[in-house]
Design a protein around this ligand. Sequence first.
Ligand SMILES: [Zn+2]
Ligand SMILES: [Zn+2]
Length: 322
Amino acid sequence: MIETLTQAFAAVQGWLFESAVQPLVFHLGLMAYVEDAHVAVGTVMIGIIEIAVLYALLKPLEAWRPIEPSQDRKAIRADVIYTWLHRLGVLPLLVFLLLVIPMTELDAWLRMNDIVRPNIEDLIPGLARNSIGAFVIYVIVIDFVEYWLHRLQHRFHWWWALHSLHHSQRQMSFWTDDRNHLLDDVLTAAAVAMVALAIGVASSQFVLIVVVTRMIESLSHVNARLHFGTIGDRLLVSPRYHRRHHAIGAGHEGVYRGVNFATLFPLWDMLFRTADFKPVFEPTGIRDQLQGRDYGVGFWRQQVLGVVRLKHALLGRNAYPS
Ligand SMILES: [Zn+2]
Ligand SMILES: [Zn+2]
């Protein structure tokens, strides 16, 4: 079954590439990038399939048991744009282009100095032959890194100036996951990609990790009264668990400036005392929005206001809601 699907995917990818993309690449004289263009076609296809699956699964969930009626269509529209930008690979591509030159240079330097990059598969005996085991370890390591990046997004004023855009959605839906400032995206994606490269994740494994993580993240933003039960909520981030992270007040105030930072596994929150399993579905947003602070409704306005907040934070003016 999986093999048939993979073959069908490769066939469509090949057809699209040969009939539309390759001629364009040659026409533009970009022959050196022909292989990258082939990969890009695959990335776009994965994104389209992903959005179709999410829509088919999560839209009915939102219709079935919504937490709140979706009244603000305009606010959701921007989130849809973020999702398409992300899942079609525009942002990952940007990060890849930014990273590929320094990484190639670093690689060459390491080789010149006879330094072998550490690789988890070499460190743990038998792991190289156990691809599922290796995959699970990579997912855990990357999720741990994402937990701490998220803690820092709330901890540093300048980073919160950008990340607060994600929290400013008061009409949450499964589209909300990718609502981030582009600078914030580049920073986090670059950090995660660097860790993935450093621990030796192969690119095919990385794609799978990214797709699985993104699907669960979309689910955790869904506008539906859903949780996984007392035990399930402690094993995997549920919509109720992540909604607490978006709650006005609890999501961005207190000792740790928020709760429930985990992306996939609440284990990190439990270990570092930031877990909050309160069984509630509260209004989402940031406290200063109640006092009238504007985070923008449209995509560009949100991006510009993010830069303004960042500038204020760097100049020492308070970007964090008190
Ligand atoms: Zn956050
Ligand atoms: Zn979120």
